[in-house]
Design a protein around this ligand. Structure first.
Ligand SMILES: O=C(O)CCC(=O)C(=O)O
Ligand SMILES: [Fe+2]
Length: 242
């Protein structure tokens, strides 16, 4: 990995026993001064598997710094839509040393009968504020718009060249009292190998996430108690990776 990189490789893992390989790059907590200019020149044999991910990444000339600034911009638009200042999340310190990391993902093309439907990513929502997702264009990602409705109705997310997919996370759902619902999504088998890169943008771990004033009223009280972002994420991750 290039000397320019100040990254930590968290782990190589199989998540929940599902057929997905993920490679984590970044720090749970980005240092404010840290240069995260991620030009990937991945060379070890393990990392070679992820060259297609890095190709997605490099092709779009995006670095973690760019992901971060796109994420901040989207969150300032979300703040405006809630009658808050554009700088609201910046001002409350959400982006001062935020928790953020990249996940490079590889899904194999072949699916065996014995896998028993375990492929890709099972239905979930991401835990933090927002996730920016770049894929190699291979289908497989699906969303369920009305997550409380049963039976669930799943829609394919169509690839748009040059566009990033934005998922709302559970912390933003808590903050906005469900005005912004977190995106229920999954990745299903399409009989083709698939690569994607996800950038998870989560707030400073010490920030207390509590219902925004503009998102509640007497008729619509807060649905979630205040919680420190870091505690919430730790709890969710410990359940996922126990
Ligand atoms: O690979 C994808 O398109 C989605 C990955 C995902 O949802 C995740 O890693 O949380
Ligand atoms: Fe996800």
């Amino acid at each position: 990995m290039s000397g320019l990189l100040e990254v930590m490789i968290h782990r190589m893992m199989l998540t929940n026993g599902l057929l997905k390989r993920a490679f984590h790059v970044g720090r749970r907590q980005l240092s404010c001064t840290m240069q995260l200019h991620c030009e990937f020149s991945i060379c070890s044999s393990q990392q070679r598997k992820f060259n297609n991910c890095t190709a997605i990444y490099n092709h779009r000339s995006i670095s973690t710094i760019v992901f971060l600034s796109i994420g901040k911009r989207i969150l300032s638009l979300i703040a405006l839509s809630l009658n808050l200042d554009a700088e609201f999340f910046e001002n409350i310190g959400a982006f001062s040393c935020p928790s953020a990391f990249l996940r490079l993902l590889h899904y194999p093309g072949e699916v065996n009968e014995s896998d028993d439907g375990n492929y890709g990513a099972s239905a979930h929502s991401d835990y933090g504020m927002i996730t920016l997702l770049a894929t190699d264009g291979t289908p497989g990602l699906q969303i369920c718009r009305e997550k409380d409705r049963h039976p669930q109705y799943w829609e394919d997310v169509h690839h748009i060249d040059g566009a990033l997919i934005v998922n709302i996370g559970d912390l933003l759902e808590r903050w906005t009292n469900c005005i912004f619902r977190s995106t229920l999504h999954r990745v299903v088998a399409v009989g083709k190998e698939r690569y994607s890169v996800a950038f998870f943008l989560d707030p400073n771990p010490n920030l207390v996430v509590q219902c925004l004033e503009s998102c509640c009223s007497v008729a619509c009280p807060p649905r979630f108690p205040p919680i420190k972002s870091g505690d919430y994420l730790k709890e969710r991750l410990s359940v996922t990776y126990k």
